[in-house]
Design a protein around this ligand. Structure first.
Ligand code: NOJ
Length: 467
């Protein structure tokens, strides 16, 4: 029987729920960070208060004919303390949300971990500590048992590459460190965690499918030279292969490890983990696509990553020709295409990249089922007569969907598409001002206002039910 294509949108627990300490929830590493380390920054304490507004939000999803929501569970809402006693009120909240979704015909696509690590685990080293991977598997196992009758689509982790880069590469996210060694260690433990959770999942019957969500970055070289092709090859292994290879092939990309092992110590990769990672192969892959990577060979200087959290287009050039966004010493540099189009947060708008990455994944990993688990554009927006005329978002999504449907027609097994985001969410270090939603949220009153894209998406879905 042909499965219905899933058309929906996505959220994440810390970015939408609020209620940071309600009904027995424990602190996550983000709560600790905003309350103790960086108290002047905007936190997600309240966010868009999905905890109290979920009925209204789900109703709006149904009104716009979306048949699926990607959401995540907050680990510290379920296991608030180190004693590992279950917080029943947190569990009941998720049952209420899932029941309401099912009643409305909205298929749950549930991520177990979207960056809100319990604070007690962060204090013990977080993802640098391999014990976190085993703790994650225990938590995942509980969720499979508890929610297994209501969830058919499971995701272990969200964006292991990007979140690690932010925690330990650029230092943009807590614990704000810049260490290639820690960056590599944390990625590895993430992959181990996912594999351990998949192993647990396989013990259940009739519980649906499990995948992982990777941020993907199709890599393009600045020219055709051999040096550039080598740089692109390594950049692709770092940005895409270091997650996609282990979860779809069962091992890490060898060329990348060889290239890095002159600088970093890979002894955290234990032999006993090899079998676990081999058995951790997922059923589908979730791809978050926002932009591409434009690559040239390494030229000079130490490794670095730049971030623009200010929301003011920053085309500042470090050298005479181009702006460098990331340097991996001795391997490659990621630069801005001087002819590219960028958002205010320096994200290049490159719709054809979604085609390229879907086809590459299909080719390299044997026609694996794909969900586009996030795609969208962050904008500064204001209300205008009760709505937002977000033509830029409509145009962005329309162009990406054009290329996505082309990839589907060319053989990629694409099963669903999720716009980021369902409504305006709290956006990590970008606070509340980087808006991605189909629905505008007034964060002071928590009132919701559908944007122009809301009706546009509904009509698009109606016209593409039967694809
Ligand atoms: C990816 C992440 O999963 C999400 O949490 C974030 O807010 C969006 N990208 C937008 O940057």
């Amino acid at each position: 029987m042909k499965r219905q294509f899933l058309w929906g949108s996505a959220t994440a627990s810390y970015q939408c729920e609020g209620a940071w300490e309600e009904d027995g929830k424990g602190p996550s590493m983000w709560d600790d960070y905003f309350h103790h380390v960086n108290p002047n920054a905007v936190s997600g304490d309240v966010a868009c208060d999905f905890y109290h507004h979920y009925e209204e939000d789900l109703q709006m999803m149904q009104d716009s004919h979306q048949n699926t929501l990607r959401l995540s569970l907050s680990w510290p809402r379920i296991f608030p303390n180190e004693d590992q006693r279950v917080n029943q009120r947190g569990v009941e909240f998720y049952h209420r949300v899932l029941d309401s979704m099912i009643a409305k015909g909205i298929e749950p696509n549930v991520t177990l971990y979207h960056w809100d690590l319990p604070a007690y685990l962060q204090k013990k080293g977080g993802w640098l500590n391999r014990e976190t991977a085993f703790a994650f598997a225990q938590y995942a196992d509980f969720c499979f048992r508890e929610f297994g009758s209501k969830i058919r689509i499971w995701v272990t982790l969200n964006e292991p590459y990007y979140s690690t880069q932010c925690m330990y590469g650029s230092g943009n996210y807590p614990p704000n460190e810049k260490s290639g060694q820690k960056f590599a260690t944390a990625i590895y433990h993430y992959v181990l965690a996912s594999a351990l959770a998949v192993q647990k999942f396989r013990q259940y019957e009739n519980i649906g499918e499990i995948g992982i969500v990777a941020d993907v970055h199709p890599c393009y070289g600045v020219d055709e030279s051999e040096a550039c092709q080598r740089a692109v090859y390594l950049a692709d292994q770092l940005y895409n292969g270091c997650i996609l290879d282990p979860v779809l092939k069962g091992h890490f990309p060898q060329a990348l490890i060889e290239a890095l092992s002159t600088t970093y110590d890979f002894s955290f990769m234990r032999q006993e983990d090899e079998a676990i990672i081999k058995q951790g192969i997922v059923d589908f892959i979730g791809l978050n696509y926002y932009n591409r990577s434009y690559i040239r060979p390494y030229q000079s200087g130490p490794s670095m990553v730049a971030h623009n959290n200010a929301g003011i287009r920053d085309a500042k050039k470090e050298d005479e020709e181009v702006k460098r966004v990331m340097v991996v010493k001795d391997l490659f540099e990621k630069i801005e295409d001087p002819n590219g189009t960028f958002t205010e947060w320096d994200f290049e708008i490159y719709p054809q990249g979604i085609y390229q990455i879907c086809m590459e994944v299909t080719r390299k990993y044997g026609n694996v089922p794909i969900y586009i688990t996030e795609n969208g554009i962050g904008l500064h927006e204001t209300l205008d007569n009760g709505t937002v005329h977000d033509d830029a978002r409509i145009s962005f999504v329309e162009q990406h969907l054009h290329y996505l449907l082309q990839a589907k027609a060319d053989g990629a097994d694409i099963r669903g598409y999720y716009m980021w985001s369902t409504m305006d969410l709290y956006s990590w270090m970008n606070g509340n001002e980087k808006r991605y939603g189909l629905v505008y949220v007034d964060f002071k009153t928590q009132k919701r206002y559908p944007k122009k894209s809301f009706a546009w998406y509904r009509d698009f879905i109606d016209a593409h039910q039967d694809i």
